[in-house]
Design a protein around this ligand. Structure first.
Ligand code: TNX
Length: 565
């Protein structure tokens, strides 16, 4: 008998927008293993061994995934991955649809290879990827209903086969992240595990609520080398994040090579907060990050923060300063003291060169031009600067994103990233809302919800607290569609979780702040509002921990989550 779980099939984001309901109903079902009695999760969340054994025996319910799928229907018998399982990619000429992007077949193959590489170490199976037709195995194909959109997918699980269908390769990629989370956590192990590798029978139909689901990494305050960025990209992909915003310049360091202004990286990149050696990406490094991200269906948004947060540039070139004198490099953590020289013509040669070279490195649609905390720039100069710089972004074929202060002078098509918090003043909020009503799209990164660099509570060792503490529940428990008064849901392009790096310098530290909050922001960005339910979410979150442990992800054991022992 088919069982329906979750909200009615929610496939259309705009329909959802119109009907967005408060957190309610439709919570993922409670697993039998967590019912009542001695095994009930306590406040600090301990479970009995019997619970865990029961969970291990039965395949995971189809809705036990982060982000919560839009629609889940369990039916029929489970599928088991065995030594004979093959991964079939469909997409021969007969599957060629009108207008399909050239290279889509190659992309499907890439997703299939990615899945095989994920599954081979722990299963120990060969899992060959084949284009040969057949009715068994794990099947990946492009097609399906138009309403799946550019990132949605449908997953059909029967005893005979797992069929994954999507309109675009990105949807297949998100689908395999779901598949991965439906398998036991042991699938993340680097060596052979006993299994069994079963997946509950039924159908998941899933599309994102928002098109933009980002994470930002500040590589300026502390430099993170390419392998650290790749590691984070892999963690983001597991939660269907599709955008990596890199904060490439700030007072403390310029992190991207610009050929026409070589001292930016060569000198301006040579330090960081605390006075360490800093570093920068060569263009080859940066292209490698972009390629690695693209293979995981993430788009990179590079940010050059202007006109404030520019001490590293001003220190590198005396000619950029109004008084012609270069300041020393800066390794502290103050903000708001630097500004490009707005009346100086040379400033715009500089900006033009930087944006041109950056655009050439950027396959994605956006260049982020910062615009926050320009406390040393007069309002008049700020507006003058932004009115000159936004057309330069357009000149190089890109769209501008700016921190929400850019709503003082938004050009048509510019996206504003809201980073206010509960103490952001009414005037500032009103300026953002007004711009949104006039067509400026918003990415929401409320600092008291989505800022991964805020401390969890007073006792956690890393992070800042200017926007208050952000415990795990707070990062999850908000609705982007209703967050800002006077902002229509259609103005919301999506959400982003920024991670500023004043207090972190290693992957371990980064992960401690990102986990377990990042999955909460990811779910708020992907899942329909109707699935929103803290009690169900914290159970699903707890089940991620064994996975993180096998992946070597360092996470904060938040007391709000019933972690398994
Ligand atoms: C504010 S948020 C900043 C950053 C800091 C961050 C620390 C924003 C647009 N600017 O310069 O690193 O706070 O939380």
């Amino acid at each position: 008998m088919g069982r329906r779980i979750g909200p009615l099939l929610v496939l259309c984001a705009s329909l959802l927008a119109a009907t967005a309901s408060p957190p309610a109903a439709a919570s993922p079902r409670t697993a039998p293993a967590t019912a009542t009695g001695a095994g009930t999760p306590t406040a600090t969340g301990t479970r009995t061994g019997a619970d865990e054994a029961a969970t291990a025996r039965s395949p995971r319910p189809l809705d036990r995934v982060i982000p919560a799928p839009a629609s889940v229907r369990e039916r029929g018998r489970p599928y088991a991955i065995t030594p004979r399982t093959v991964i079939r990619v469909h997409g021969g000429p007969d599957h060629h649809r009108h207008g399909q992007r050239r290279g889509a077949r190659k992309d499907v193959r890439q997703v299939a290879d990615h899945l095989a590489e994920l599954l081979r170490p722990a299963t120990g199976y060969r899992l060959p990827v084949t284009t040969r037709a057949g009715r068994d195995g794990i099947q990946l194909r492009l097609g399906g209903h138009r309403r799946l959109g550019p990132e949605g997918y449908r997953l059909d699980v029967t005893a005979r086969a797992v069929r994954l269908t999507a309109r675009e390769p990105a949807g297949l990629f998100h689908g395999i992240q779901t598949l991965r989370q439906l398998l036991p956590a042991a699938v993340e192990a680097p060596d052979k595990q006993p299994g069994p590798w079963r997946i509950t029978g039924g159908t998941i139909t899933d599309t994102p609520r928002y098109a933009y689901r980002g994470a930002m990494l500040d590589v300026s305050r502390h430099f993170f080398p390419v392998p650290a960025v790749k590691r984070y990209i892999d963690q983001l992909a597991l939660y269907k994040i599709n955008t990596l915003h890199l904060h490439l310049s700030d007072d403390q360091g310029w992190r991207i090579a610009i050929d026409s202004w070589p001292r930016l990286a060569g000198y301006g990149g040579g330090t960081e907060v605390g006075g360490g050696p800093g570093g920068h990406y060569t263009k080859a490094d940066y292209r490698e990050i972009v390629r690695y991200a693209a293979a995981r269906h993430l788009t990179v948004v590079p940010e050059i923060d202007m006109p404030g947060h520019t001490n590293a540039a001003l220190a590198s070139y005396a000619e950029l300063n109004c008084d012609g004198v270069a300041p020393p490099r800066y390794t502290g953590t103050e903000v708001g003291f630097s500004s490009l020289c707005v009346p100086l013509e040379r400033t715009y040669d500089f900006v033009d060169d930087v944006l041109r070279e950056l655009a050439a490195l950027t396959p994605g649609p956006y260049l982020h031009i910062g615009g926050d905390e320009a406390h040393s720039t007069s309002h008049k100069d700020y507006v003058t600067f932004m009115r000159r710089v936004q057309p330069l972004v357009a000149k190089y074929g890109k769209k501008a994103i700016g921190w929400h202060q850019i709503t003082a002078a938004p050009a048509r098509g510019t996206v504003a990233q809201y980073w206010g918090y509960d103490r952001t003043g009414p005037q500032e909020r009103a300026q953002v809302a007004e711009a949104a009503r006039r067509g400026t799209k918003l990415v929401l990164s409320p600092a008291d919800r989505a800022y991964l660099d805020m401390k969890y509570d007073k006792d956690t060792p890393l992070g800042l607290s200017w926007a208050g503490y952000v415990p795990t529940r707070r990062a999850y428990d908000w609705d982007p569609g209703r967050y800002l008064e006077g902002v229509p849901e259609r103005a919301v392009l999506g959400v982003e979780a920024p991670l500023w790096s004043e207090t972190i310098a290693t992957s371990d530290q980064l992960e401690y702040l990102a986990f377990p909050r990042l999955p909460g922001v990811a779910e708020v960005g992907w899942s329909p509002a109707a699935t929103h339910d803290w009690d169900g979410y914290r159970e699903r979150l707890a089940q991620q921990a064994p996975r993180w442990e096998l992946m070597g992800v360092n996470y904060h054991r938040s007391p709000q989550v019933p972690w398994p022992r």
